[in-house]
Ligand binder design. Structure first.
Ligand code: ZN
Ligand code: ZN
Ligand code: FE
Length: 758
């Protein structure tokens, strides 16, 4: 019999054709296998029926580890057999199916790592050693089908030895498109910060040495550049912070091994699994008692973001030095995406770094590192990017339409929803200017091409002035897509519902800011959501004034002053706080005036802002130099505290009184340990929110309560809410596959648009 089989899924760039070849041979079938332009694979088999059947079983059962099969479409053909052998034939550009996608970048596998360290191996110490199971994919693919000539490996013709392996069906690198060696593959070189070549025999280890001596080195990896530095010396970190205008934001670090990490951080089993997984994300780990790295790595925080090397290059960096870790932070100029091109790097980074470690392969597509943390045993995405994107999140329900979600403003991603697959892009960042807007647009269109989808609608935020809202309008017009605007917190909860396949939920959504239906700033919301499309705002945190509008988000003392305006002698307190305001006395007067005249005041129910205010009252943080800073520092403090204050939530109708909370913190600040007050504030909010949600769930007869928004990254609040919700007999839903923060809203928007009746 003759059967044509088309396989949908992640089947290109994962050793799928060689695998098909092997199982066809094993089952004595002839025919061919080839990649298609729609990211799928096409197979023709000829032979006995029982052999074809057993081939189909093998196909699904023994597929390569990195591959995913979504659909196998088999069609019986008529006519006589035409093939004498089984062949891997040239790819076809045909693209009629949609929904397949190329794999994310995969960290160096154990076999390659072993060869990297084996002096007898041909690729001994070759920094870009890869095979069919590992190496870059998403970041090198320019177009489909996935063949070397359509990747940035095209400028590296294989040498004889590599070609031999590439064409040998018994070899691990049979049809490995990233196959390379010292002779034919990308080369690495070191330059001064003006781009002048520095002739050294071993540029990578030399770079490692330079780092250990206190120099700053820009290092080109798979998805762009990192800026690297020592983690034990203050001097380079001070320099780096000054140059990058990053006064406080924590730097991610890379450590050579789990043993090295255990020297300065606590590593649980779940965390270890994550760190060593082939996604190799950055994992936020609790600093251990004997943490000895510079305090400038993650100032004021109880945890530090750590990852393990994910390429040969990164492993070699540590060889000739005795360093516990290196800072390895994404090289992105303020408000711009991660740098990927050499020229761009030379221009943008020359004043920041002392050296560059380049390689001569182009980065086709930028991709930042992923960041996760673990709550108990649960994984929480803070950023879903390298290693994960663009592999889809598989939902348990099919969308009516193919839709796109463009996300919001900060920490943004884009998403394509196609039937039951949500393809969420890599981390795009804060979309506030032309560079990031273009990057977002590029990412969306790239994903559309890669998945070969035909979108019908595009979802975006409700905020009329977001860059992403305007981009959505443009794209909708250019492509004839319907525009669907989705309220920010509704998008958060809709994403959560889609992840759990839930039709009805009471959602607690807490974050810093989201444009509300009434145009006000929301961010501490209890929503009732039904079938993703409908939502109702049932309750929220007390509305508080943002004195001076946006300024209040940067200087938490303003927030505290607003919240406490009727509770304490605000004038007296503000004078004691004048040193923590940039314009000192003058600013105190301005704030008092604004309070009196009620001018330039906006209102917000944001949970993040309440945490900011508590941070200011407790002297934990007076200026937000990065998103979430006061709240993160407050959590770090609370992590070591006990709730000795034990104040009970005060409600006024359907709002949780937050002035009461901040006042209690304020009046106890001299009697009670700061860490205990920080803890009490967390628990007050958690208990208040959970109580409101439970009340509404009981009233509506809803079984599930969900928790989303950036505040759901907070472990203390999340675990307290969980305890209360579960003790009351409800189930608490949290995100599993996407970030609770704004990186998850693109999925929510796509989902709302997808289930809308267009
Ligand atoms: Zn490998
Ligand atoms: Zn070679
Ligand atoms: Fe949000």
């Amino acid at each position: 019999m003759r059967v044509k089989i088309r396989v949908k899924g992640i089947v290109q760039g994962v050793g799928f054709r060689p695998f098909v070849y092997r199982i066809a041979e094993k089952n004595q079938l002839t025919g061919y296998v080839r990649n298609r332009g729609d990211a799928g694979v096409e197979i023709l088999v000829e032979g006995l029926k029982q052999n074809v059947d057993s081939f189909l079983v093998d196909l699904k059962k023994n597929k390569p580890p990195q591959s995913r099969i979504y659909d196998v479409i088999a069609e019986n053909l008529t006519g006589g057999n035409q093939y004498e052998k089984f062949l891997i034939i040239q790819s076809s550009s045909e693209a009629e199916l949609s929904g397949s996608v190329i794999p994310p970048d995969i960290a160096i596998c154990d076999k390659c790592l072993k060869e990297l360290r084996d002096p007898r191996n041909r690729r001994f110490e070759y920094f870009f050693i890869t095979c069919t199971d590992c190496g870059p994919r998403y970041t090198i693919i320019q177009s489909l089908p996935y063949d070397r000539e359509r990747t940035t490996m095209h400028s590296f013709p294989m040498c004889e030895a590599c070609k031999k392996e590439y064409t040998d069906p018994t070899n691990r690198r049979f049809h490995a498109q990233t196959i390379a060696c010292r002779k034919c593959g990308p080369k690495v070189y070191l330059t001064a910060n003006n781009g002048d070549l520095i002739g050294v025999k071993d540029p990578i280890r030399e770079a490692g040495k330079l780092l250990s001596e206190g120099f700053i080195v820009a290092i080109k990896g798979y998805g762009g550049f990192h800026v690297a530095a020592s983690t034990v010396m203050d001097e380079p970190l001070i320099r780096l912070r000054n140059a990058k205008h990053r006064r406080q934001k924590p730097f991610a670090i890379m450590a050579p091994s789990i043993e090295a990490i255990e020297g300065f951080a606590e590593v649980s089993r779940t965390e270890k699994e994550l760190l060593t997984s082939h996604m190799r994300p950055i994992v936020l780990l609790e600093k251990s008692r004997n943490y000895f790295l510079s305090n400038l790595v993650a100032p004021g925080l109880h945890n530090v973001g750590v990852m393990l090397p994910y390429t040969g290059l990164h492993y070699l960096l540590f060889d000739h030095v005795d360093e516990p870790a290196f800072v390895m932070t994404s090289a992105n100029p303020p408000n711009q995406p991660i740098i990927k091109d050499d020229q761009e790097a030379l221009q943008q980074l020359a004043e920041i770094v002392d050296y560059f470690l380049f390689h001569d392969r182009q980065v086709a597509f930028r991709c930042d590192d992923s960041v996760l943390r673990v709550h108990g045993k649960r994984r929480v995405f803070l950023r879903r990017s390298r290693g994960y994107a663009p592999s889809p999140i598989v939902l348990r329900r099919k969308s009516k339409h193919c839709t796109i979600g463009l996300g919001g403003e900060l920490n943004n991603t884009a998403c394509i929803l196609l039937a039951d697959k949500a393809f969420v892009s890599q981390h795009v960042g804060d979309v506030e200017n032309l560079e990031t807007k273009n990057f977002l647009k590029e990412s969306v269109l790239h994903l559309v091409r890669l998945t070969n989808c035909k979108a019908e609608a595009i979802g975006c935020d409700l905020h009329p002035k977001f860059t992403t809202t305007m981009l959505a309008r443009e794209l909708a017009q250019e492509n004839g897509w319907q525009l669907v605007q989705v309220q920010h917190h509704h998008a958060h909860i809709a994403a959560l519902m889609a992840e759990h396949n839930i039709q009805e939920v009471i959602g607690i959504c807490c974050d810093g800011y989201g444009y509300g239906l009434d145009g006000e700033a929301w961010g501490g919301e209890i929503l009732y959501c039904k079938q993703e499309q409908k939502f109702e705002r049932l309750a929220h945190l007390q509305k508080q004034p943002l004195i001076g509008g946006d300024l209040a988000t940067y200087f938490p003392v303003r927030m505290a002053a607003g919240i406490l305006r009727h509770e304490i002698n605000i004038e007296k307190w503000l004078w004691t706080q004048r040193e923590s305001l940039p314009h000192k006395e003058k600013e105190v007067e301005i704030i008092l005036n604004q309070l009196k005249s009620k001018k330039n005041i906006h209102w917000t129910s944001s949970c993040g802002r309440v945490l900011d205010a508590v941070a200011a009252v407790l002297g934990v943080c007076y200026e937000r130099t990065y998103e979430g800073e006061p709240a993160m520092k407050l959590e770090s403090l609370a992590a070591k505290g006990k709730n000795t204050l034990n104040i009970k939530p005060l409600f006024e109708g359907k709002t949780l009184n937050t002035s009461f909370l901040v006042k209690e913190i304020f009046v106890n600040r001299e009697k009670t340990a700061t860490k205990n007050l920080a803890r009490a504030a967390h628990e007050y909010l958690a208990e208040g929110l959970a109580t409101l949600a439970i009340e509404q769930a009981q009233k509506k007869g809803v079984k599930h309560i969900g928790f989303s928004g950036g505040v759901a990254c907070n472990e203390i609040i999340t675990s307290k809410i969980r305890r209360i919700v579960e003790d009351s007999g409800f189930r608490l839903l949290v995100h599993k596959a996407i970030p609770p923060g704004d990186g998850g809203t693109s999925l929510g928007q796509a989902v709302v648009a997808g289930f809308e009746n267009l």
